[in-house]
Design a protein around this ligand. Sequence first.
Ligand code: SAM
Length: 351
Amino acid sequence: MLSKNEIIRWLKEKDAQRLEALWLQADRIREQYVGNTVYFRGIIEISNYCARYCKYCGINAGNKTLKRYRLSMDEILTVAQTIERLDYGTVVLQAGEDPALSGEWITELIKRIKNESDLAVTLSLGERTPEELEAWRLAGADRYLLKFETADLRLFNEIHPLQNNGPWKNRLEILHFLKQIGYETGSGIMIGLPGQTYDELAEAILLFQELDLDMIGNGPFIPHPDTPLGKEYERMKNSDQQAPNDALTTCKVNALTRLVCPTVNIPSTTALATIDRQQGRENGLLRGANVIMPDFTPLPYRQWYEIYPGRLQAYKPPEEQHALLLKMLHKIGRTMGRGKGVSLNYLKKRD
Ligand code: SAM
């Protein structure tokens, strides 16, 4: 159990030796609860069309310079085969909030993946209707990822203008619904959003615990020059309470998340690996994480899923990317997990 004040103290900690103790503790708890295997999830970014105007995101509807794409069902199924061939247990289907990805079309896609493979299916398609979420679950979808992005409702509303939440009050309500209808449920935040304080990061970590999530993905906010927040970024970052959007703070948030939620799956995110190309992915795994989500979006589409600039390994073919990841795991004494890698937190609730 960590109090909010203790969490804030860790988030502000600068002493490298004391931080070593935090990394060690997070690593021990990770090993004790979820073991030494690292689960791989192959992510396919199936569309970069988006109806939303999220102020931080490079694929938001207001970015008129971006080339838009939407994969066909056959293209997605072909990539899913590659993911299964490499022995990954999960495919993650992610997209902007694209109304052209109809509820029925996604249902059909899930059914075909389930019929043609043994893969677990994770969806990350934004704020969709209860009917759609339910239909996809019935069609066989296993997991749903929806980040609440920030625990501060005022900041959330500020960076998500012109929201049309349909029947939903807010994202927390959607997360409760996802859990209720049986999804393994994932959420997370961005770290270092302009206006985000240490206090609020601590609130978010405690909220992870309260929500009893199965997966928690946290990444640094990376400014995109073609977005409103990317443009305002330097001007807004001027308070001593402002949480930094750096690799160190991201690792602290992940390590503290592991301490308060020992049985969850935590990815070492691509955003962390992007801002620390040398050590990011590895440090994430050494400081609490037990999952990685390599990108399988085919060329040429991958470059257009530009939620932030300079994504790591943006152009490596799957086999090459996979070999590098196995080498990195070997170096840190971990092994690749086989099978679906269901969250222990989820299994625990179903016992
Ligand atoms: N539309 C879906 C949704 O909103 O959940 C999935 C796609 S959305 C692009 C996936 C995630 O990208 C968001 O939850 C957000 O955390 C992350 N993201 C977007 N822009 C980012 C940025 N500039 N820096 C870091 N992460 C970003």
